[in-house]
Design a protein around this ligand. Structure first.
Ligand SMILES: Cc1ncc(COP(=O)(O)O)c(C=O)c1O
Length: 474
């Protein structure tokens, strides 16, 4: 067997899971265990050819080949989590499969109880609300600024959190999303100070901010600003494979990490993919490496380039840092005069072969990724210049569907109680005036349109054009 230092020297980074997987690959054994595709031989040839035999050879789960285990973390997995904690500045880091979703579920399950109040921003991801359904805690909404001209929710104001904490003496935690999907950043330091004043833990869903600790031109991570727990979707922008995320416990937090770990043990698969865990290890090591630094610098410079090109356009506008909030420069939200976001998205896709991150009512979201080349952005800027100077408005069509939920839920029954109540399915029009029995949220952005126990009103209809029926409480 090749020794590990030899391998890490070759890789020029220390990534324990990657190294252990490579060692297992280089020293194959006769396999009489799961996964049954047995290094790719027991699957469709077209699939094997598509993903490559090598990928299937390293598709294995824990317990085998000295790869360590995820729950509890042992061997290379434990070491990789420790290295990640160091890299992100945390006391403890948990690797997550099933995305940040499972992190949010574990936080709710491990740290909140039935009937407790949790301050959450209205535009939180559905996984937070699912967590509250599981635990039985009740949301106390904090409403971020409404950027009406952009059709987006904006930053959360610290004074709004303070007001809620002042009015309610039974809040068990404050749980905010920062940044928003579109990159709007709140003043987490001010929010953390208020949480400390009221002795309430602060949890930050930083799913879209996992790069921040690796470049000083990006906003400061909430882990450094006083949050107790931070969740990062490494797979979104950090370079790991889809579904893989991290949950960090802050160095200064009094939260008992065991409470979160116990919940993760209940929720996690018992057959974790070592390839996904290895991709988290690789992403962290890459972000720390000089190549990773260059990639992130390039992503920032590409974003700045695109932003400067957009500034030259007459009919295309971008969301920028403005008074009272900051933005993450790598998330570029643009809108075009006379075109809905969905229409702009389809013009880019159909006429120019470009796929953007998402589209909402007013505009589209473009991500400047660590894997993008400058030429990608030159092409995109070129296409946007064409759209700007040609009259695409002529083919503008009105959409009656709304995409970005902007209503404030009127909750008449607790989420958990409503979810487990007797329900029936009725035609959408007959659902008005009834209480929803289900979570309705479309991804992206995964913000709820309806929640269990929420009063359904006429105002919901523009968001529900794709639904014929709704599940309501009996
Ligand atoms: C703010 C936010 N939190 C959590 C999630 C869930 O993340 P994941 O897809 O990694 O489960 C998302 C997904 O889009 C999100 O936007």
């Amino acid at each position: 067997m090749k020794n590990k230092t030899e391998i890490s020297k070759k890789l020029n980074i220390h990534a324990p899971i990657v190294e252990a997987l490579k060692a297992a690959y280089d020293n194959p054994t006769y396999q009489f265990h799961i996964p049954g595709h047995t290094k790719g031989l027991g699957t469709l040839t077209d699939f094997r050819n598509l993903v490559g035999r090598k990928a299937l050879k390293v598709d294995t789960t824990d317990e085998f080949d000295n790869l360590g285990t995820l729950t509890p973390a042992t061997g290379p997995v434990k070491e990789a989590q420790e290295l990640a904690a160091e890299a992100f500045g945390a006391k403890k880091t948990f690797f997550l499969l099933n995305g940040s979703t499972i992190g949010n579920l574990a936080i709710a399950m491990g740290l909140t109880k039935k009937g407790q109040k949790v301050i959450v921003n209205r535009n939180c991801h559905r996984s937070i609300l699912t967590g509250l359904i599981i635990s039985g805690a009740d949301p106390l909404w904090v409403l971020p600024e409404k950027f009406s001209q952009w059709g987006l929710w904006g930053n959360i104001k610290a004074e709004d959190i303070e007001k809620l904490l002042d009015e309610n003496d039974d809040v068990s935690m404050v749980w905010i999303t920062n940044p928003t999907y579109e990159g709007v950043v709140s003043d987490v330091k001010a929010i953390a100070d208020i949480c400390k004043k009221y002795d309430v833990p602060l949890i930050v869903d930083e799913a879209h901010g996992c790069l921040w600790n690796f470049n000083s031109k990006l906003p400061e991570t909430s882990l450094k600003l006083g949050a107790d727990i931070v969740v990062h979707s490494l797979h979104k922008t950090g370079g790991s494979m889809s579904q893989s995320s991290m949950l960090h416990i802050s160095k200064d937090s009094n939260i008992n990490a065991d409470d979160v770990e116990r919940a993760l043990m209940l929720l996690h698969t018992t057959s974790p993919s070592l390839m996904l865990l290895g991709s988290l290890d690789a992403a962290r090591a890459n972000l720390q490496s000089s190549k990773g630094h260059q990639q992130l610098n390039r992503a920032i410079s590409n974003a700045k380039y695109l932003r400067s090109e957009i500034d030259k356009m007459e009919h295309i506008h971008q969301l920028k840092s403005d008074f009272g909030y900051k933005t993450d420069v790598t998330k570029i939200f643009i809108k075009a005069d006379g075109l809905s976001g969905k229409r702009l998205e389809s013009i880019l896709e159909i006429d120019f072969g470009i796929e953007v991150e998402s589209a909402s009512d007013e505009g589209i979201l473009i991500l400047s990724n660590i894997g993008n080349k400058r030429s990608d952005f030159e092409y995109l800027a070129d296409c946007l210049h064409k759209i700007d100077t040609h009259n695409y408005k002529d083919i503008y069509y009105m959409e009656n569907k709304r995409h970005m939920p902007m209503l404030v839920p009127i909750i008449k029954k607790s989420l958990r109680e409503a979810y487990f109540s007797e329900k029936e399915i009725v035609p959408k029009e007959e659902a008005i005036g009834r209480l929803s029995g289900e979570v309705v949220a479309e991804c992206p952005p995964g913000i709820s349109i309806l929640l269990p126990g929420e009063l359904i009103t006429e105002e919901h209809l523009p968001y529900l054009t794709d639904y014929q029926t709704i599940e309501v409480l009996k």
